[in-house]
Write a protein that binds this ligand. Structure first.
Ligand SMILES: [Zn+2]
Length: 213
């Protein structure tokens, strides 16, 4: 599997282009296109990719702002957990409030991503793990074979975790979600919604260090 990381939008969200390594089909999925649609489209063309699906790990505006433009450009569906539908409907307002920019109406969810479901594209496969807490409908995309997980804003390099200070957040849920993720094999690579990559082992270690102070 090959992964291109693009930092997009004012909040420097990690948008990931994922495609089969050495696969001639060039079929790809786009994870968390949080803005800068033109830049994402350019990169897709540079790598000669054929996007098949857009996925958002959760409904925060900084992970979905470019969805409508990408849907229109490639005529492909958008997948997200419907438990974040409410957040999606606030996209326009939140983007206006936080970034002073009107993105237009929010995208429609074409496919509901639920626990245990699988995404099959080209020669790779992801399993959906629901990880609520930061938002009600947060999900991670896990590939056991490739030993990697796209973790959204649930966990970060350096032991950081998603913020839970909005009214719809749930700290207990996030704690449970993190427990779920730290049960994955230690060597699993973690691709988060912001910042650097880490591994499950490094994340667990960094968390232990933090809790000692
Ligand atoms: Zn978020």
């Amino acid at each position: 599997m090959d992964i291109k990381t693009l930092a997009v939008g004012q909040l420097k969200t990690n948008c990931y282009l994922v495609f089969g390594f050495k696969s001639s089909s060039r079929e790809a999925i786009i994870i968390d296109p949080g803005g800068d649609a033109d830049y994402i489209i350019q990169k897709i063309q540079d790598h000669d990719l054929k996007p098949k699906l857009i996925v958002a790990t959760h409904g925060h505006f900084d992970h979905i702002l470019a969805v409508n433009e990408l849907k229109a450009a490639f005529k492909i569906p958008f997948a997200m957990n419907k438990k974040d539908q409410k957040l999606l409907s606030w996209m326009r307002h939140s983007a206006n409030y936080f970034t002073n920019f009107d993105p237009g109406p929010p995208p429609r969810i074409d496919k509901n991503l639920k626990e245990g479901e699988e995404i099959l594209i080209s020669n790779f496969k992801f399993q959906i793990i629901e990880t609520p807490g930061h938002t009600p409908g947060g999900v991670c995309l896990y590939s056991q074979k490739e030993k990697l997980v796209f973790a959204g804003d649930s966990i970060f390099a350096g032991g950081g975790i998603g913020r839970t200070d909005f009214p719809y957040c749930n700290k207990e849920d996030l704690t449970k979600s993190i427990k779920k993720l730290t049960q994955l094999p230690k060597e699993t690579l973690v691709y988060s919604g912001h910042g650097d990559t880490t591994t499950i082992g490094e994340f667990s270690e960094a968390q232990k260090q933090q809790s000692q102070f």
